[in-house]
Design a protein. Structure first.
Length: 181
């Protein structure tokens, strides 16, 4: 028989928020894209170009606030944040190797893409791979998001992009400025 005194706790969860956006409210105006990274991905990263028009930025800030309010609701009532990085990636038979971002939270918008090709890795994947518990704990989470989806996750969460033939994503990093209970 089961011991009814046993308690289970889920400690250190990695909360991820997903929502759908109205892509008609996001107007990309970026013009400069440079091939970067090992896969020669076309990206606006580090170009200093204006990426979205002002109405798009206003809409994006509202949507980011919504996602953060869900991620923080159990702990914080008041928060402030800065969008510290924003870039656009154009996939043409490209991929991204596993990486993390600088920031507190990061997000990806699937702007023009048939389906997401992003995979989230456990932050302790390398430790799980050397032990015997790799079959007990998930090491990867394959996203099944579609065009118009936005995902927000802790910036320390490693992620990568499987090879995909075409698509456009908008990504960014957020730094929390203020957190009050």
């Amino acid at each position: 028989t089961m011991n009814s005194d046993v308690q289970l706790f889920n400690v250190f969860p990695n909360w991820v928020a997903v929502n759908m956006l109205d892509l008609k409210k996001l107007n990309i105006v970026a013009k400069k894209f440079t091939k970067r990274f090992e896969s020669n991905l076309k990206t606006s990263l580090i170009e200093g170009d204006t990426l979205l028009d002002i109405n798009s930025m206003n809409y994006l800030n509202i949507e980011l606030t919504k996602l953060l309010s869900h991620l923080l609701k159990n702990k914080y009532k008041i928060f402030g944040f800065d969008l510290v990085d924003l870039w656009i990636n154009k996939y043409e038979d490209n991929y991204q190797s596993a990486h993390v971002h600088a920031g507190d939270f990061s997000f990806i918008i699937y702007y023009q893409i048939d389906k997401s090709h992003t995979v989230l890795d456990s932050p302790v994947k390398n430790l799980l791979e050397i032990g015997k518990v790799d079959k007990v704990f998930d090491m990867e989470y394959h996203l099944t998001l579609k065009q118009g989806s936005i995902i927000m996750f802790p910036s320390y969460l490693p992620h990568w992009v499987k090879p995909c033939s075409s698509g456009i994503t908008i990504a960014g990093n957020i730094k929390m400025r203020e957190l009050n209970e």
